[in-house]
Design a protein around this ligand. Structure first.
Ligand SMILES: Cc1cc2nc3c(=O)[nH]c(=O)nc-3n(C[C@H](O)[C@H](O)[C@H](O)COP(=O)(O)O)c2cc1C
Length: 172
């Protein structure tokens, strides 16, 4: 059964570094204590389970599509993510997700390192994601893609420079 979202925000402090690793399917293979603490689950409840357990229903699909397209292409991605905790509360982060390879070049895992989202980024990203979500509800991911593309262009970037645009928003 899906968790009922609440408006309770779990604070992420500026020193928190929230780490998890995933296999090719996106299942959690490792996470650090602060990851479990914020998510509100024990390691036993999350390990070997999909990362989507903490997917917040407010998150637009297009962001995860973009994230996976980049990862499958061997590229890293910086993305703002709103996660849901076991108690229905939420927390916002700026995630840096990348592919880690073994010394022989074979796939090892995906690694996500998350930090607190800045207050300025929140002001920009929350309304954008609301717009993306609304567009998706009506016109699917092709509709939200257009809005995301227009936003990136207005921010002076392109999908190729997506990471820089997100970092600029974080530090604005
Ligand atoms: C290393 C790694 C970390 C991830 N972290 C999150 C996360 O914190 N929150 C989240 O909703 N999805 C995260 N994802 C993406 C999920 O795998 C999934 O694509 C997303 O939750 C959307 O769910 P869906 O694909 O079932 O729609 C992560 C994926 C990887 C590979």
């Amino acid at each position: 059964m899906a968790i009922q979202p609440t408006n309770i925000e779990h604070p992420v402090t500026s020193v928190d570094i929230i780490v998890s690793k995933g296999n090719e399917a996106g299942d959690v293979t490792y996470a650090n204590p602060i990851f479990f603490k914020l998510a509100g689950y024990t390691p036993g409840e999350l390990l070997d389970r999909p990362h989507s357990i903490i997917r917040h229903p407010d998150m637009p699909k297009i962001i995860f599509k973009f994230l996976w397209d980049r990862l499958k292409n061997g590229q890293d991605v910086f993305a703002f993510v709103k996660n849901i905790s076991k108690d229905g509360g939420f927390y916002w982060v700026l995630a840096h997700v990348r592919v880690a390879n073994n010394p022989d070049g074979s796939f090892r895992n995906y690694v996500s390192t998350r930090r607190a989202m800045s207050a300025n980024a929140r002001k920009v990203i929350e309304p954008l994601y609301n717009q993306l979500k609304e567009a998706e509800n009506i016109g699917g991911m092709s509709a939200s893609f257009e809005i995301l593309e227009a936003f990136i262009k207005e921010s002076g970037g392109s999908f190729d420079t997506f990471n820089d645009t997100m970092k600029k928003i974080q530090n604005s």
